[in-house]
Ligand binder design. Structure first.
Ligand SMILES: C[S@@+](CC[C@H](N)C(=O)[O-])C[C@H]1O[C@@H](n2cnc3c(N)ncnc32)[C@H](O)[C@@H]1O
Length: 258
């Protein structure tokens, strides 16, 4: 299984248009695998699936053990000669061999989505990826939905935290976390913030730092909300190396970088 996940991260996922770096793909794989190894079950949900790059990673790591819920406006028609976003999303899943349960896909604005709706379909969530609208009000709404659908041992992942191109994401995430003191960050990367309930932070930090998926990722401790948090770093030289290897060698050799 580990081999298949690494193949997805270093090769297959680059066939799907989208946004997910190897560091975050491996960190998400580390979180989900650790949950599975420790008997922590629950649904997996994502707001903002786009064409499925991160969604299918999560579905792959879950390996049929838990159900996955997808939400998106599905209204992007960026390319004239390909199917619309929804059809392309389903096709990408089928191409990778995933059965996509269309009852677990929500088409529309997440402001009309509720935690109950998600729980009814996939149960309380062990991982919730917030990657939909990137304005303050979107992240504020999506954070509430994520918190209200999460299992006690659940994790919320905020995409584009500290990305200066999307400053509202950080403002909304900080506003949310300041008002929800029982939730604490347990890891940060160049592009995402990983949060759990305070009493699970030590376990998740330990799992993320000792996972076979993350051993080669450089890290250092940073201070966040008055507590030490591991920063798993996407260094520029690896980024350039990875870009060249995936672009020209279909990911061959990228394995030794991470
Ligand atoms: C950055 S993309 C997500 C990237 C994706 N997770 C990946 O792996 O490539 C953001 C997605 O959020 C969706 N989106 C934007 N605003 C939304 C909203 N209010 N409700 C639901 N989805 C939304 C967009 O349609 C788009 O597909």
């Amino acid at each position: 299984m580990k081999k298949r996940i690494r193949k997805y991260v270093f090769s297959d996922m680059h066939e799907i248009q989208g946004y997910l770096s190897p560091v975050d793909a491996l960190t998400i794989a580390a979180v989900l695998s650790a949950q599975q190894d420790n008997g922590l079950t629950g649904g997996i949900a994502e707001i903002g699936v786009f064409y499925g790059r991160s969604f299918f990673l999560m579905q792959l790591v879950a390996n049929g053990s838990d159900s996955c819920f997808a939400a998106d406006l599905f209204d992007i028609r960026a390319h004239r000669n390909i199917d619309d976003q929804y059809d392309q999303f389903i096709k990408n899943g089928r191409k990778l061999g995933f059965a996509v349960n269309e009852e677990q896909i929500y088409v529309g604005d997440s402001k009309f989505l509720s935690a109950d709706y998600i729980r009814e379909r996939v149960g309380s969530c062990r991982l919730f990826h917030i990657d939909g609208g990137h304005h303050w009000q979107h992240v504020a709404v999506d954070s509430q939905i994520a918190m209200n659908s999460m299992a006690d041992h659940g994790v919320i992942v905020f995409d584009d935290f500290f990305n200066p191109e999307w400053p509202d994401v950080s403002l909304a995430a900080v506003d949310f976390l300041t008002s929800q003191r029982h939730l604490k960050p347990f890891a940060i990367t160049n592009r995402k913030l990983y949060v759990s309930k305070a009493d699970h932070v030590d376990a998740y930090q330990n799992w993320v730092c000792s996972s076979e998926f993350t051993t080669k990722i450089p890290r250092r401790e940073v201070n966040l909300f008055d507590a030490p948090v591991p920063f798993l770093k996407e260094s520029l030289d690896r980024k350039i190396g990875f870009f060249l290897l995936t672009r020209y060698l279909r990911g061959l050799g990228a394995n030794w970088l991470y």
